[in-house]
Each structure stands twice: as structure tokens, then as C-alpha cells.
Design a protein around this ligand. Structure first.
Ligand code: N01
Length: 541
């Protein structure tokens, strides 16, 4: 097959790839997007499990780049469910006519940098070869679904599902005996909905999770207008916050409030719903004492909701501070354990020994199931990057270079990979923030950078090793000044056997990080090296 040429290849047509394509087009860069799925939407395309819902309010978890779009689109609930978010992605693709540059059902398998031509040779599973000056991984942070290697899995004859790769056709659990393995955000959202339909649900829990009630409600006209009437100013405020979302964060320390004041604040925020409780005190994620009071408040809530004290005790997280594993937000999760058709198995007490042809055998019991739902998470942040065979300068392979953990400058680029960008890569705030706002910031930064290079006649950009080393050290230092590294979380790579234990996202906050990125540009792209156009590269093209 012949090699096509374009300015930019983008991998992924989720919210990052879609907005980047829009920006590239407006700047006049010829662009191709490759997407494994059959349509746009990224994470919301794949995660179609029952109960899937965003836990950032939709008025905030939406694009801010187009005033017309944000005025025209109406959300039906405060926290939207997956089908509506996918509808929104579909609307954006139509509205900005994005699909004509997206190749669906097409997976990028390799991207190799050619030093002579200074271009990326990109290959897909369809045998397509594209040569591009710029290569952008817009593949999301939580996209590589993880199916643990359970003994006997191939022998199991019933239906299996992974929350992160859910079938497009409706799955009917009516009257079925269902197992759910995993109690992270996905499991916690899916379990209440599955339990309403299934004959019986058995939940296999390895680590109990803290979860806060969404307190979701239909979107009122008044609430939608409180945003729409002032959207540009509110979006600007959002961009400056740590989370990339507005929400009240108290400016006092936990220790400055009396016990009564503290509990009243927790109670108030529990009633508000979503992640509001974590904003009760400004030292929530740095002070063990403050954190423990919030953790204990949530444990008490769980004990009050769940009628069987033994089950309640198993559901209560005791070994790590609240918020250090990604906080979950649910709709009726703990209440589900009061149903007659729901059972909890703590696999620390009775480990899963093997899958059998008809179900699961633990050290204590053999269970029969018609279906097993794996809510077992993802190889986060690096998993999707490693799925592509990425080779940079001098044959450097990304997978090898990051053997001991990801190394980036600003989460945007890595030193041996000129003209390759990552949208919300490791070392950027990404998963700790409102993803859409962080995506927009990265896409805008990359777009401005490419426009700058074109205007200045520059051919390549790559970070210096020194700037990258300093950034990695800074990201680590900030993380270790908080409670986050105390949990065995996917932020730390702890859910994947053999993955280096490094805190991958940047904890400096979306607003602070934006300031750093802007300053880097104001200081002449401080920490980056550019190469001007050379006669050799022109000849090699
Ligand atoms: O994945 P997870 P997820 N045997 O890794 C367990 C985002 N998200 O898909 O904790 C038995 O959190 C594992 O146990 P442990 C959000 O950022 C957002 O639920 O490792 N169990 C854990 O209980 C979220 O954090 C939304 O001990 C095994 C579970 O499986 C991220 O996606 C909704 C196991 C995996 O939990 C990932 O969430 C959904 C094994 N071998 C997701 N391996 C919202 O916006 C793993 N587990 C609300």
C-alpha cells in the first residue's frame, strides 16, 4: 500500500482527538485521525455498562471552546449517564463535521520516527501507512481494559463482560445468576443497576472503597441557566481551579473546626453529593488527622446504611486514606447490599482459586454463575501508549525508555520522541481533574505550539533531558507531599503486576499547571529544543 502524507496524525477520537482535529483543521494542518471504535466518544464509547455515569456535573464536564455549543446543548440530568454523553459526542462530531477525517475501526499499531526526513511513519492494522510531521496520542488515560489472569478462565462456559469493553447490544441479566468482580468506580456504578434486574448477584471484593452519593437529580431550567447566563466567566474560573471544576473548597484546616462544626460540614456536603465532601477542608489530602475524620464519617454512613453489621464491616475501607484511591460516586451502592438477591464475598478471607466451567471456586465455596462481569479496571495512563509500537530517535522504544516509569516533560512530550505529543499524558494533572477542561488546555497548548513552529520555520520540537528530569522529580516531590502514595491505587500503577510504583498524574492542580505551561511558552518554550528546517530533511521527504 502506498504511503499517504499529512501534517498531523492523531490516535483516538474521544474528546481529546475530536477537539484536536477541530483545532488542527482551523489552523490549516492536514490531519488524519485513527480510531479503533466504530464511532466517536472514546471512554464513553467503550464504557457502556449499566449505570455508567459521569461524576463531574455535566454543565462542567463538557466542551468550553464553543459558546454556541455550550448554549445550545441541554443536559437532562445534573450528572449525565453514559448514553447522553455519547449523544453529546455524536452531536459535536456532526456539528463540526469531524467524521470525514476520522478513520474508524482502524487501530494504529506502530509509529516510528525517521531522523532523515524528520517525520513519523504511522502504520495501522488495516495496512495503511501514513507519513506525518506530527504524531499525537489522544488515547485517554483509562482506556486499556485489564482482565486479570484468573486460573481456569478459558474453562468458564458462561457469558463474560468487561465494564470497559461493554457490548453495544443490550445485555439482559433478567433472572440470571451474575458475579461481579471488582469494586472500583465502574463496579460501584454497575452493581445497583444489575442487582435490580438479575436473579442474584454475588460481588467479589478485594479492596473496599469509599464511595459518596451522587445525589443526582434532573437538570432544572434554573440550574442550567445559572451556568448558561454566565458561561464564559464561569469556564474561566474553572480553568484556574485545582480540579478544573467549580466546587466550594473550604479554606480552613480540619483542625481549626470543632468536632460539631466538622461533622456538620461533612453532613452538609454528603447531602450536596458528588465529591463535595473532599473539599470540606483544605488539608484533606495532606493531613492524616483531617483525612481520618472524613474517612470515619463515611464509614459511619456505610454502617448506618447497610443493615447486616458483618457485611457493613467488610464494605468499610480501613487501610488507606479517603480519596487516595480514586473516590467513587454512586447511586444506591451501599443500599444494594440490603437486597435479598445480593451477596458479598471478601476475597481476602476466601480467595478466588479458579474459574470453573460453571462459575467461580473460592477457597471456601464453589459458585455457579450464568454471567461474570469483570469490573477489574485498566492499565492506566501508560497502558494505551504501550499498545502502539512507538519508536523515536535512534530506535528508542517508548516502552523501554519508560521501563522504570513514565518520563515526560509536562506530560506533553518525552525527550527521545520529537514531534510526538500526548494529550493528558502521565505527568500532567489529567485524571485528577475535570478531563475535558484538561484536554482543552493540552490541545490548545499543542495547537499554539504547532502554529508557532510553522510561523518560525521550525521543524521539530522535543524536551531537553534536563527539563524532563526536573519535571519528573517535581511531579514525584509534589505527590510525596500528600497522602496519595499511601494507597495501592492505579494512580501508582499498583493494580498491574510488575508495573513500576510511581505516582503518574501531576498533583499541582489544573490551574497551577496551566500557569506553568503558559510560563514555559512566555519564556520561549523553556525546556524545549527546536530544530529549524534543514535541506537534508527537505530532500529526504
Ligand atoms: O477500575 P478500578 P474501575 N482480583 O481499578 C479489582 C474512572 N471511572 O473501572 O482495589 C480481584 O478503580 C480492584 O481491586 P483493588 C475513574 O477514574 C470513572 O472501577 O485493586 N479484584 C478494584 O476493586 C476510576 O477510578 C467513572 O484491590 C480485582 C476493581 O477491580 C477509573 O475509571 C466511572 C483484580 C478495579 O477498580 C477506573 O475505575 C467509572 C483481581 N485480580 C470509572 N484486579 C465516573 O466518572 C482488579 N480487581 C464515575
Amino acid at each position: 500500500m502506498s504511503t499517504e502524507k499529512c501534517d498531523v496524525v492523531i490516535v483516538g477520537a474521544g474528546f481529546a482527538g475530536m477537539y484536536l482535529l477541530h483545532r488542527m483543521r482551523n489552523l490549516g494542518f492536514s490531519t488524519r485521525v485513527f480510531e479503533t471504535g466504530s464511532d466517536v466518544g472514546g471512554t464513553w464509547y467503550w464504557n457502556r455498562y449499566p449505570g455508567a455515569r459521569c461524576d463531574i456535573e455535566s454543565m462542567q464536564y463538557s466542551y468550553s471552546f464553543s459558546e454556541e455549543l455550550q448554549q445550545d446543548w441541554n443536559w437532562s440530568e445534573v450528572f449525565s449517564a453514559q448514553p447522553e454523553i455519547l449523544e453529546y459526542a455524536d452531536h459535536v462530531a456532526d456539528r463540526f463535521d469531524l467524521r470525514r477525517d476520522i478513520e474508524f475501526n482502524s487501530t494504529v499499531t506502530a509509529a516510528h520516527y525517521d531522523e532523515a526526513s524528520r517525520r513519523w511513519a504511522v502504520t495501522t492494522d488495516k495496512g495503511e501507512n501514513v507519513s506525518a510531521q506530527y504524531f499525537v496520542m489522544a488515547t485517554g488515560c483509562i482506556s486499556a481494559a485489564q482482565l486479570p489472569d484468573f486460573k481456569g478462565l478459558d474453562d468458564y462456559t458462561g457469558a463474560t463482560y468487561h465494564t470497559g469493553n461493554w457490548p453495544h447490544d443490550e445485555v439482559d441479566f433478567s433472572g440470571k445468576r451474575v458475579a461481579v468482580i471488582g469494586t472500583g468506580s465502574s463496579g460501584i456504578q454497575a452493581i445497583p443497576v444489575i442487582a435490580e434486574q438479575a436473579g442474584h448477584v454475588t460481588i467479589f471484593q478485594r479492596t473496599p472503597n469509599y464511595s459518596l452519593p451522587a445525589q443526582n437529580s434532573p437538570m432544572s431550567e434554573t440550574y442550567a441557566h445559572s451556568w448558561k447566563d454566565d458561561y464564559p466567566a464561569l469556564r474561566e474560573q474553572m480553568r484556574q481551579t485545582a480540579k478544573g471544576a467549580l466546587g466550594e473548597i473550604n479554606d480552613i484546616l480540619g483542625g481549626e473546626a470543632s468536632v460539631e462544626e466538622r461533622d456538620a460540614e461533612y453532613e452538609r456536603r454528603w447531602a450536596i453529593g458528588g465529591t463535595a465532601l473532599l473539599g470540606s477542608f483544605r488539608d484533606m489530602m495532606v493531613s492524616r488527622d483531617t483525612n481520618e475524620t472524613a474517612a470515619e464519617f463515611v464509614r459511619d454512613k456505610i454502617r448506618a446504611i447497610v443493615q447486616d453489621p458483618e457485611v457493613a464491616d467488610k464494605l468499610v475501607a480501613k487501610d488507606y486514606p479517603i480519596g487516595t484511591k480514586r473516590i467513587c460516586v454512586d447511586s444506591g451502592y451501599f443500599e444494594t447490599f440490603n437486597r435479598d438477591n445480593v451477596a458479598l464475598v471478601d476475597i481476602n478471607d476466601t480467595p478466588i482459586e479458579t474459574m470453573t466451567p460453571n462459575g467461580i471456586a473460592t477457597s471456601a465455596e464453589t459458585f455457579e454463575f450464568d454471567a461474570i462481569v469483570f469490573a477489574t479496571g485498566f492499565d492506566a495512563m501508560t497502558g494505551t501508549l504501550f499498545k502502539v509500537d512507538i519508536e523515536g530517535r535512534d530506535g528508542a522504544r517508548l516502552r523501554d525508555k519508560w521501563d522504570a516509569g513514565p518520563r515526560t516533560y509536562l506530560g506533553l512530550m518525552s525527550d527521545a520522541f520529537p514531534n510526538m505529543f500526548m494529550v493528558t499524558g502521565p505527568g500532567s494533572p489529567s485524571v485528577l481533574t475535570n478531563m475535558i477542561i484538561s484536554i482543552e488546555q493540552h490541545v490548545d497548548w499543542i495547537s499554539d505550539c504547532l502554529a508557532h513552529m510553522r510561523a518560525e520555520g521550525l521543524d521539530t520540537i522535543a524536551p531537553t533531558l534536563q527539563a524532563q528530569d526536573n519535571w519528573v522529580e517535581h511531579v514525584n516531590k509534589v505527590a510525596h507531599g500528600t497522602l496519595f502514595p499511601l494507597a495501592a491505587s492505579w494512580y501508582m500503577g499498583a493494580n498491574i503486576a510488575g508495573k513500576p510504583r510511581i505516582f503518574m498524574p501531576y498533583l499541582g492542580g489544573a490551574g497551577g499547571y496551566r500557569e506553568i505551561c503558559d510560563k514555559v511558552v512566555a519564556d520561549g518554550y523553556d525546556g524545549f529544543n527546536f530544530e529549524p528546517r534543514s535541506a537534508q530533511a527537505t530532500a529526504a521527504e
